[in-house]
Design a protein. Sequence first.
Length: 439
Amino acid sequence: MYQPSFFDDRQHNNPLASRLRPERLEDFAGQKHLLGEGKVLRHLIDRDQISSKIFWGPPGVGKTTLARIIAGKTKSHFIDFSAVTSGIKEIKEVMNRAESNRIMGEKTILFVDEIHRFNKAQQDAFLPFVEKGSIILIGATTENPSFEINAALLSRCKVFVLQPLSAEDLEGLMRHALESPKGFGDQQIRISPDILHALAVFSDGDARVALNTLEMVILNGETDGEKTTVTEEIVKQCISKKTLLYDKNGEEHYNLISALHKSMRNSDVNAAIYWLARMLEAGEDPLYIARRVVRFASEDIGMADSRALQVAVAAYQACHFIGMPECSVHLTHAVTYMSLAPKSNAIDLAYIKASADARERMAEPVPLPLRNAPTKLMKELDYGKGYQYAHDTKDKLTNLQCLPDSLLGRSYYEPTDQGMELRVKERMQAIKKWHDENG
């Protein structure tokens, strides 16, 4: 049995987004890849074959609304549950209620908003009830389920990815709000298509933001009798600064730093500066970005331009000294330098290969000539015997064996022809030639 009280948000004193919450799939905006005719989720809903699932997507794309529509369309009892305000005690109480419904032959859909906020123990509490069919769990999350949902629970749920709404979808929603009696259908509102489009772009795929912003500009519109006109000036005042949605501990944090890193690696300076700005304007710690740029300087540039590391460290120090917003120019300087510098990952690859040998051959002894001999006993044990001091030779080179016997001939660092690394390559070739001739 469905509880209709969840849909009783139609009073005009409620926010516009609540008043216009759709109750049918036909009125649901976006997600055609899931809900279009013939699509998997639409097919399961129409045939009342719903199983446990996770809705993963950004805010304002309809995760909660879709769960409520599913409960209304299927023959199920619907329980709305929040991970923010509930603990294991509340979970067990709800589970006992759901088990009673199952015994009576009634399905229960348990909708858990922000399921990623539950800890492992809380998520584990759902498992036995999902397995024996006491509940159909529908979880909603803005975070990557692979990282935030327990593997055992995730394996029992189908993940559906909800996409941000298109500008066209959002414009349609706002036109519906202007025409519907639940919205502004009983008022005379004058708002141009260009303004609706601007609001849609501003909302960045979020239906809730679109409707709330539309409501704000109408409430601040110019009134003339019964008419309300929304002007461009009013819109500019209401959305003078866009708030970028950005969780510094969430997936988008890693997506954006990845975009910056890969843009610099691809020498796309404009893209790199854009991703840098996205993070800084959303409130990212400039020192975090600076640390990643320092890493990049050696990982992706290395010996091709050793000055890159100096620039990166200097940028970090500048950010530490003066902070935001002034240090944005220093980070832009560093990001631009990294983007345009010649690229080589030879240093990174060298360490990866060497570390593999180090792990596999942990007991490899240091050759005797390389060992330090500060005591008489160590000298008697031949520590340091046979050591050759390179500065005593004309070419500053000797035939001293520096690798363990089992690793003789191993090559870790293989320089490229990029930038200054070409000179490094030539130097290494000259050293090899010397050894070949004097071995």
